[in-house]
Design a protein around this ligand. Structure first.
Ligand SMILES: *[C@@H]1O[C@H](CO)[C@@H](O)[C@H](O)[C@H]1NC(C)=O
Ligand SMILES: CC(=O)N[C@H]1CO[C@H](CO)[C@@H](O)[C@@H]1O
Length: 210
């Protein structure tokens, strides 16, 4: 990890939404702090990377698995508002902000005769069981979400490519200005759980805004 970062980080002072940091800064002896950004495709970048595209994102699957396994809601009193997530790797504190959510599901695949939903671009190393009755689409943004492990805030975004494929299987019995009510998957109709996401990171954030 240190090698990767050493190769990529720039030591200039960054001003991002009025947060000042220096990649690799040391607020306490031996502690190092780094700052990352995750886009709506789930691609991981150094927060201060000037160009954020496929060329500059982290692609090494083992590194991504290591990084995301340690990711959680921030529990420090540093950078809470600006970097709501944190991945602690030994003495490195990696603060993370994102376009939407840090967990972005990329594709559905089969493993041990079950459908799995992969995230973090780590191949089949990071996934959750696919729950076709617990997807949710917010009509105001068109974005589609699915449950994620609790430590990530219990909710993840489904990336747009997969969301578009799934969206043709939604039924809107409450009207299209409300979240869909049913979802058809492998020739079976599922009534969608309308409540699960209210208890998640998004639900908590939405409530605290009103
Ligand atoms: C990423 O951006 C750089 C600089 O603009 C460009 O040279 C490169 O081709 C881009 N890569 C992709 C995959 O778009
Ligand atoms: C934005 C966010 O989720 N901030 C959290 C950071 O961690 C503190 C302490 O656990 C929480 O209270 C904040 O909600």
């Amino acid at each position: 990890m240190k090698m990767l970062i050493g190769r990529l980080f720039t030591s200039s002072l960054q001003l991002c939404r009025q947060v000042a940091y220096v990649q690799g800064q040391s607020p306490a002896p031996k502690i190092r702090e780094y700052f990352y950004y995750i886009d709506h495709e789930g691609m991981l970048f150094l927060d201060d990377a000037r160009i954020k595209n496929f060329t500059s994102c982290f692609k090494e699957k083992q590194f991504l698995e290591f990084f995301f396994k340690r990711l959680k809601l921030n529990d420090t009193d540093r950078y809470q508002g600006e970097f709501p997530f944190l991945s602690v790797c030994g003495r490195e504190r990696n603060y993370i902000r994102c376009d939407d959510l840090p967990i972005v599901f990329t594709n559905i695949f089969q493993q041990d005769n079950a459908d799995k939903l992969a995230y973090a671009h780590a191949g089949d190393k990071m996934s959750v069981p696919w729950q076709p009755d617990r997807i949710c689409m917010f009509p105001d943004t068109g974005r589609v979400y699915h449950p994620a492990p609790e430590r990530y805030g219990a909710i993840g975004l489904i990336r747009s490519k997969l969301a578009i494929e799934l969206s043709s299987s939604f039924t809107f019995q409450n009207g299209e200005e409300h979240p869909p009510t049913h979802f058809r998957w492998k020739e079976q109709d599922y009534e969608l759980d309308q409540h699960w996401w209210k208890e998640t990171y998004i639900g908590r954030r939405t409530k605290s805004c009103h």
